[in-house]
Design a protein around this ligand. Sequence first.
Ligand SMILES: O=P([O-])(O)O[C@H]1O[C@H](COP(=O)(O)O)[C@@H](O)[C@H](O)[C@H]1O
Ligand SMILES: [Mg+2]
Length: 559
Amino acid sequence: MTELRARAELWLAQDPDPETRAELSALLDAAAEPLNNTAEPLSNEAKPLDGGAELRDRFGTRLAFGTAGLRGELGAGPNRMNRVTVMRAAAGLAARLPAGSGVVIGFDARHNSRRFAEDTAAVVTGAGLRAWLMPEPLPTPVLAFAVRHLGAAAGVMVTASHNPPRDNGYKVYWSDGAQIVPPVDREISEAIDAVGRVDGLPLGEGWTVLGDEIVEAYLDALGVLPVADADGLKVAYTPMHGVGRDVLLRTFERAGIPAPAVVAEQAEPDPDFPTVAFPNPEEPGAMDLVLALAARTGADLVIANDPDADRLALAVPTRDGGWRALTGDEVGGLLAEHVLRHTSGDDRLVVTTIVSSSLLGAIARGHGVRFAETLTGFKWIMKAEGRLVFGYEEALGYSVGAEGGVIVHDKDGVSAAVAAASLTSEARAQGRSLLDLLDDQARRYGLHATAQLSIRVDDLSLITDAMARLRAEPPKEVAGRPVDAVDDLAQGVDGLPPTDGLRFRLDGARVVVRPSGTEPKLKCYLEVVAPAGDDVDAARARAAADLAALREAFAGLLA
Ligand SMILES: O=P([O-])(O)O[C@H]1O[C@H](COP(=O)(O)O)[C@@H](O)[C@H](O)[C@H]1O
Ligand SMILES: [Mg+2]
C-alpha cells in the first residue's frame, strides 16, 4: 500500500487536470481511513469508498495496447484514461518516431476527446515533430485515411468507439494507415514506460488544424461511382449519437443515393448516449429507434454506424412485414460478393479473422480469388499481403475496395454503408432483396450460420479463471457433438502469432473462445455449417436451434 500510495502521490503532483486531481485526493484520503468492515451497509445505502481497493485498481497496473489501442474508463491513474495517460502515450509515440516526421490526430465526440487530442498535439509538437489536428469530431476512417494522405508517420484517434459513456480510448496508426501491431505496439509501450513526469514534458503550440479539405479528400478518394437504380431507395439511418452523420450524408449525396432518413434523437453527437444502454449496434435494443423510423418511413434498408463510424450494422424488411438485423458475417458475405462482382483478376485477395465465418473462404474459392485468415482485430486484416479488395470481421467491420484495392486501411462504416445501399439498389432493380441474396449464398456455398455469446464481467480474473479451466479440462463433447480437435491459439496455430484463445472443432461446427481486448468480456464465437437443401428457411431454423444449443452448452462451461 505504501508503494501504491507513493505512485498515486507522484501522479497527483504532475496531473494537469483539476477534476482527476480532486478525485485522486479524495481516494488518497479514503485510503488513509481504515474501512470498518464489520458493519456491512444495507443494500440500499451507498457503499463506503474503499480507497485501498480503488488505488490498487488504478495504480496496480496500467492500460496496455489491446485489440484497438488503449481503452478504459475515464479517471485518475495509469489504469484509466486521463490527461496524464494520454500525454505519456503521446510522448512514448513521439519518442518512437523519426525526427522531422508528423502525426495526424483525430477525435470523436466523447467526454474529453478533444482535450486528449489537443494534449497529444502539444506533446508531439513539443517533441519537435509535426502535428495535424482534425477540425472537429470526425469518423475514425477519415483519420485512418488522413495518415496516408498527409504522409504522416503515425496517427492517433481519440475514441472508445462503441464502449459505454464513461470510457475513452486511443487508437494508434502507423504510416501505412493501419493500426499498430507487434512489435511496434511493444516498442511504443516501452517508450511510454521510459517517459518521466508529464509536467516536465516540453509542450508545443504550432500544430496545424486541418480544414474541411481533409473530408473532401477522403470523399474524393472513395471515388464512389454513381449508384445505378438508386432512385426511390429508402434508407433509415442512425449515427448512434456519434460522429458519422455528416460524412455519411455527403458520401450518399456524391453517390447519387437519396438522402437517408436520420433518427432525430440520435443524430447529433452526444457523449452520454442518452437513448441507448450501450451505443453498440450489436447490443440488444440499440437499433430500436432506427427500426421504428424504418417502419414509419417504409425503408428498404436500415443502417446504423457505431459512434466513431467505423462499424456498420444493417437490418432489412422481412417477407412478413417485420425487420431482421443481419449479422456481421452475413453482411461480410454479401459485401464480399458485391466487391468480387465489381472487380476483376485472380490475384485479388479477401481477408477475414479466425473468429469470423468460414463462408468468406468458400466465396473466395467459388470466385477463384485468394483468401487469408488473420487474428482478431482489423489491424491484422490490413497486414495481409496482396491486392486486398475486401476485408471484414464479424464485429461489424468492413473495408470495401475497388479495382485498385482498399482505400482506407481500417474498417470504414461510411464507405461500407454506400456499398450496402448500392448492393440493395442493384438487387431491388431485379426485384430481389438482401434476404434473397443470402438464400442464394446458402444454396451455393452451404448455410454458414454464426452467433456470439458474450459474457460481461466486473472482475477480470473471472475471465482468466474461465480460460484456465477450459484449457485444463476441454470438453470432449458439446451439445451432442463430439469435439474433433481443440487448438490452443496461445501456441500459435496456422502460422498465426500466439494469442489468448481456444478453438474447438466439432462435427459441423466451430467455436472460438477468447477474452475481448477492448471490454471486460469473454467472447464465444459459434459457427454451424450445413447444406442448405431445397428449403433454406428450414435449414436456417435447424441451424438456429443448433447454435442455441451450442450457446447454452458454452454458457454452462464458462459459468
Ligand atoms: O471498438 P472498435 O469498433 O474499434 O472495434 C475494435 O474492437 C473489436 C472487438 O475487439 P475485442 O473482441 O477484442 O473486444 C475488434 O474486432 C476491432 O477490430 C477493433 O477495432
Ligand atoms: Mg468503432
